[in-house]
Structure formats: structure tokens, C-alpha cells
Design a protein around this ligand. Structure first.
Ligand SMILES: Cc1cc2nc3c(=O)[nH]c(=O)nc-3n(C[C@H](O)[C@H](O)[C@H](O)COP(=O)(O)OP(=O)(O)OC[C@H]3O[C@@H](n4cnc5c(N)ncnc54)[C@H](O)[C@@H]3O)c2cc1C
Length: 368
């Protein structure tokens, strides 16, 4: 027998859970299918937990718009639901005179994106704020902060469930087909079954392309290539002498080896950018050498032996090492012509920050 449900969300990461919450709030009956034994065990638990201001993305891109819209909503949401977060602020640092023009470009881009609160600091002003920092100049972003991503996901899930959404763990979507009035899904795991739904949101993160290719009736040419860019983190032994997040000027594929603080005040450095061909979350101790070099450009006082391998996350990129950075791809009926289907591809950073705004966009694409 084939069970039937109004809407299925594939994947219980921060994006899938935000979508499930938004669909539930819009009155839909929602089933979340998650292949793992719990929620948020992939990209959503392997990131920097930074609430980004929306500074670096190309003006008008989804990343720029959704980050800006998502950020303030996220702060308000965390405040109203008691989710741990801190608006710590961040410094983007030019640690050599030849990096100052890059800072000026970043400020102009931020303003074009609607981020009008960046403050230009000269070397003395930086010293006054963060005495251990080596900086010729810096930009202070007061809207950048950190959030407890696990608490956030728990809240999205709790709200969705209170609205009658249901989550099924250990329930991988193996394949599917476009059917009359919706979709037929084959679910694997311990209790395999077939399921019919009218709306389908593919929020499978690193597996979104694989899931989409398994959907009979969706033109495979519409499924974008996936490039994996691993980001390694190293943790600092002892306390960092900084009160804010510290970023160098960005590098291709990532934001440069930056310092973020967690809610307990512990410091970690990363993520770097390592292009890989398979999922492998090990952090090689030898990579520490390049971290010391990168960090000492802005923190010359970092002592030997202070960095230990931390964890790694993998970015689901739509652009390769030599390509210009790609935008999020929110692929709804207007692009593939299939009513009721939204595929989410390339939801790398700032996906966590954008999650509430992204979810609303998905709901709009599914509106009749
Ligand atoms: C190194 C790194 C640092 C980052 N830092 C930040 C940051 O500081 N701030 C920020 O805003 N963003 C950041 N991001 C981006 C952010 O973490 C992601 O955009 C976000 O977590 C993506 O969530 P998701 O739900 O799309 O994916 P995921 O969290 O990976 O969730 C996808 C889920 O789908 C499930 N799944 C897969 N296949 C199937 C299937 N066939 N059937 C059922 N379930 C399936 C998986 O098990 C998984 O739980 C960072 C990302 C990385 C990699």
C-alpha cells in the first residue's frame, strides 16, 4: 500500500528544518525524511556557526539578499525563542599595506548589498580594540555574530512538530518519480516503503544532486555539477586574546583562515579550502603548518604548539576551483516545469544565516 502525505522535505539539516517549519506554519501537512539517525549531522553541524552580515556576496545574488534578510530575522528569532547567540562583531583585517585596497572594495560591496554599518578603523583604532592584532586597517562589522546551530535546529523542528509535522529518521529517499498530482518516493532503511506526496522539497545538502538524479521525470541536464570544498578547522589551546571574530581579506573559495569564537569563548581557526573528491572529515595534523603561517599574518603572537586538529566540514559547491563563485540554486517549478518540486543546490555559506529567508522563498515557490 502507498501512504500519502501533502508535503515531504528530504533532509533534516538547518535548511530542511527551516523549510519544514515554514511549510507547517503555512498550514501544510509535512513529513521530514532523514537518512541519518538524528537531525543536523552533516553540513549543519560542521560549520562556523557565524551569523553573517552579508558583506561579500555579489550584489543582487541570492546569497546577498537571503543573508541580509535572514540575518535580522535570525537575531529576532533567537531572541524570541531563547536560542543562545551573541552579536560579537567581526574585524576584517588588512595585515599589510597592499591589502588595504581590498578592504576598500569590500566596504563598497557591502554598502551596495545594503550592509551600511561597516566602520573603517585605522591601525591605532584597531590596536585600541584588539591590542594583539597586527593590522594596517580593518573593517568592523557590528552585525556579525554567532549562534548555537543545534539549538536553532531543535527550535525549528519543535515548532514544525507542534504544528503537526512529523520527522522520520533512518529513512533515506532512494528514488522517486513524477506521478499524477505529485511524486512517488521509494524510501529505504529498516522499514522500506513507497510514499506519495503533492509537494517535494529536496534539501539533502551534499546529496541533493544524487537525490535529484534519482527522480524519474526531472531532466538530468537540470541537475548542476557538485564540487566538494572541504574546510578544516584547528582549535586553539588556551584562550584567544580577541573579543571579536577576526577575518583576513577573503581568498578564492572561502573567507580565509579566520578566527571564530564559540558561545563558550573557545577559539577555532578555519575553515581553509581543500578541494576533495569524496566525503572525508579527517583533519590532517600537517595542515597546521599552513594555518600557523596564515594566522601569524594578523596574530604574530601565536605560539608554536598551540593549534590542534579540530573538525572539518564540506561545502556543497556548484563552482569548481577555477570558476567564479556560484550562487545558491533554488530550483522551483519556474525552472524545471514540475509543479510542487523545489530542489536546493549549492547551499553552502551563508545557508545557516539565510535559513529563515530561504525557507520562505521555498514556500513561495510551492504556492499554488
Ligand atoms: C565549513 C563550513 C562552514 C560554514 N560556516 C557557516 C557559517 O558560519 N554561517 C553560515 O551562515 N553558514 C555556514 N555554512 C553553511 C551552512 O552550514 C549550510 O548552508 C547549511 O548547514 C546547509 O544545511 P542543509 O540543511 O542544506 O544541509 P545538511 O545540514 O547537510 O542537511 C542535509 C540532510 O539531508 C540528509 N540526507 C541526505 N541524503 C538524504 C536522502 N537520500 N534521504 C533523506 N535524507 C537525506 C542528510 O543526512 C542531512 O541531514 C558553512 C558550511 C561549511 C561547510
Amino acid at each position: 500500500m502507498t501512504e500519502s502525505v501533502e508535503a515531504v522535505v528530504i533532509g533534516a539539516g538547518v535548511v530542511g528544518l527551516a523549510v519544514a517549519r515554514a511549510l507547517s506554519l503555512a498550514g501544510r501537512e509535512v513529513l521530514i525524511l532523514e537518512s541519518a539517525a538524528t537531525f543536523g549531522s552533516e553540513i549543519s553541524s560542521r560549520n562556523s556557526e557565524v551569523i553573517h552580515a552579508g558583506i561579500y556576496y555579489p550584489t543582487g545574488s541570492l546569497k546577498a539578499r537571503l543573508c541580509l534578510a535572514g540575518r535580522e530575522r535570525l537575531y529576532a528569532y533567537c531572541a524570541s525563542r531563547g536560542i543562545a547567540h551573541k552579536r560579537l562583531g567581526k574585524l576584517i583585517v588588512a595585515s599589510a599595506p597592499d591589502q588595504v585596497p581590498a578592504l576598500q572594495k569590500i566596504k563598497a560591496l557591502a554598502e551596495a548589498n545594503g550592509v551600511g554599518d561597516l566602520e573603517w578603523l585605522g591601525a591605532n583604532a584597531v590596536q585600541a580594540l584588539e591590542p594583539d592584532l597586527q593590522a594596517n586597517a580593518a573593517l568592523l562589522s557590528p552585525s556579525t555574530g554567532i549562534v548555537d546551530s543545534h539549538g536553532l535546529m531543535l527550535s525549528y523542528l519543535g515548532e514544525a512538530e507542534s504544528m503537526s509535522a512529523v520527522i522520520a529518521y533512518r529513512s533515506p529517499v532512494e528514488s522517486g518519480a513524477i506521478a499524477n498530482d505529485g511524486f512517488l518516493l521509494q524510501i529505504g532503511g529498516g522499514a522500506p516503503m513507497r510514499l506519495h506526496c503533492r509537494h517535494l522539497v529536496n534539501a539533502a545538502g551534499l546529496n541533493a544532486q544524487h537525490v535529484a538524479r534519482g527522480l524519474r521525470g526531472l531532466d538530468p541536464a537540470l541537475v548542476p555539477p557538485l564540487h566538494l570544498a572541504k574546510g578544516n578547522y584547528f582549535v586553539l589551546a588556551g584562550r584567544a586574546p580577541f573579543a571579536r571574530l577576526i577575518y583576513p581579506v577573503p581568498e578564492h573559495g572561502g573567507l580565509g583562515v579566520h578566527l571564530t569564537l564559540d558561545l563558550a569563548g573557545r577559539a577555532r581557526f578555519g575553515p581553509d579550502v581543500e578541494w576533495v573528491s569524496a566525503l572525508d572529515y579527517r583533519v590532517e595534523a600537517e595542515r597546521a603548518q599552513s594555518f600557523y603561517g596564515a594566522i601569524r599574518r594578523y596574530w604574530p603572537g601565536l605560539e608554536d604548539g598551540k593549534l590542534a586538529p579540530g573538525y572539518a566540514g564540506i561545502r556543497p559547491k556548484l563552482s569548481g576551483p577555477k570558476d567564479p563563485a556560484a550562487d545558491f540554486l533554488i530550483q522551483g517549478p519556474a525552472s524545471h516545469g514540475i509543479p510542487g518540486l523545489v530542489n536546493l543546490f549549492g547551499i553552502e555559506s551563508p545557508g545557516l544565516t539565510s535559513s529563515l529567508a530561504l525557507a520562505d522563498m521555498v514556500v513561495r515557490q510551492l504556492a499554488p
